[in-house]
Design a protein around this ligand. Structure first.
Ligand SMILES: Nc1ncnc2c1ncn2[C@@H]1O[C@H](COP(=O)(O)OP(=O)(O)O)[C@@H](O)[C@H]1O
Ligand SMILES: [Mg+2]
Length: 367
């Protein structure tokens, strides 16, 4: 039997890159640009474009080819980029294309520029970048959601993107609020020491004040990682989003919480260790400060809603940690993302301390 060399499957990285670039009619000269947990990125200087190839191994596990999952992710990115650019021109890559097939899956997008690492930013610069992101998040709230449904995106049977839940946003918020109340109760009945009486008193009250009726569903981004927000000389650029249809307040709180509290606490994990976030706490906090200022833009209502929502992020992250500790053993991905049980327990204690001191932060308006 003769082998059909034309249909032989591409194997090496270089072969895949060349195949993708040829398929796009692009020059095949490229430079390595970077990598995240899921993709390798290559720069094509002549066209100022970026080619991304999905990694074969992520979180120490082989990535199975899942057509629907890839299409959902890339179509979601494409739609978020175009939506975000309506709020602020060029905040996301203008050009984005993708191909999904078993032998060859890739994305091509505009190059968004080079980031200034947090360590090279002064706190004042970091705050300005934060302001820019905050006003962008506020701007997103002005636009109607371009897709139906609520939650993370999924492809329906007609290959159209929708939110995973086909339900009313208010009903969804109410359901989740109940879960957050339960998570707070679980923390209160855990064996870990903190001023439980105090946290029970203000915490239950705070969660009960969560905004419901006033919230509307918008198309926004859950990814806040400094790997995917580029701090360029021309301002901020957002790449590699995790799009979601949800309330603006919730995703603004996610941003504030991650920069104020979460990222530096993850410095000892394999996933976030490279960021060395423990050395850039002033920049992270300054960024959050600028973000909150611009996002709330003097509205007392927005400050109040954000205060509740950031508290909820803290509760649910602490609860995730408690939950991990109660498992018999952690899987590989959990260890890469959160560390060993010892590190998780140490981080939980830090969150519980933050929880206890939350009223002080509220009083000083530093959220
Ligand atoms: N369009 C782009 N412009 C500039 N840099 C990019 C672009 N796309 C990716 N990169 C660089 O490559 C890195 C990895 O790409 P990313 O898409 O974030 O991969 P992952 O999905 O694994 O997180 C990014 O953190 C960034 O440094
Ligand atoms: Mg990324």
């Amino acid at each position: 039997m003769k082998m059909n060399i034309l249909s032989s499957t591409a194997q090496t990285e270089i072969e895949l890159i060349t195949l993708a670039l040829e398929k796009e009619g692009l020059p095949t000269k490229f430079e390595r640009l970077g990598e995240g947990a899921w993709h390798y990125a290559y720069y094509i200087p002549k066209e100022d474009l970026v080619l991304r190839l999905p990694k074969k191994i992520a979180y120490d596990k082989e990535v199975a080819f899942d057509e629907k999952l890839f299409k959902t992710e890339y179509e979601g990115t494409k739609q978020f980029y175009s939506h975000a650019n309506k709020v602020k021109e060029d905040i996301c890559p203008k050009y984005f294309r993708y191909t999904v097939s078993e032998p060859l899956t890739y994305t091509i997008e505009s190059y968004a520029g080079r980031t200034t690492p947090l360590a090279d930013q002064t706190p004042a610069q970091a705050k300005l970048f934060g302001r820019e992101i905050g006003s962008f998040f506020l701007g997103l709230e002005e636009l109607e959601a371009p897709l139906p449904g609520v939650g993370y995106l999924t492809l329906n049977d007609d290959e159209k993107l929708t939110g995973f839940y086909n339900m009313n946003l208010q009903a969804m918020i109410r359901e989740e609020t109940e879960e957050y109340q339960q998570e707070l109760e679980a923390l209160l009945s855990s064996p870990y020491p903190f001023d439980k009486e105090k946290v029970a008193a203000f915490g239950r009250e705070l969660i009960a004040q969560r905004a419901v009726e006033s919230e509307k569903c918008i198309f926004t981004n859950q990814d806040t990682s400094p790997e995917n927000i580029l701090f360029t000389s021309g301002g901020i650029r957002i790449i590699d989003p995790y799009p979601i249809l949800y309330t603006g307040t919730s995703l603004a709180a996610n941003f504030a919480f991650n920069y104020q509290t979460l990222f530096h606490s993850l410095h000892n994990t394999r996933r976030y260790g490279k960021g060395n976030y423990q050395h850039v706490v002033p920049q992270l906090k300054a960024n959050a400060e600028g973000f909150i200022e611009a996002y709330t833009s003097g509205s007392e209502q927005k400050q109040k809603d954000l205060t509740v929502e950031v508290f909820i992020k803290l509760v649910t992250m602490a609860h995730d940690h408690l939950d991990l500790l109660q498992r018999e053993r952690l899987n590989e991905e959990q260890i890469i993302r959160f560390g060993t049980k010892g590190q998780i327990e140490e981080r939980l204690r830090f969150f519980l301390n933050e929880l206890e001191h939350y009223p002080r932060r509220m009083k000083h308006g530093i959220l």
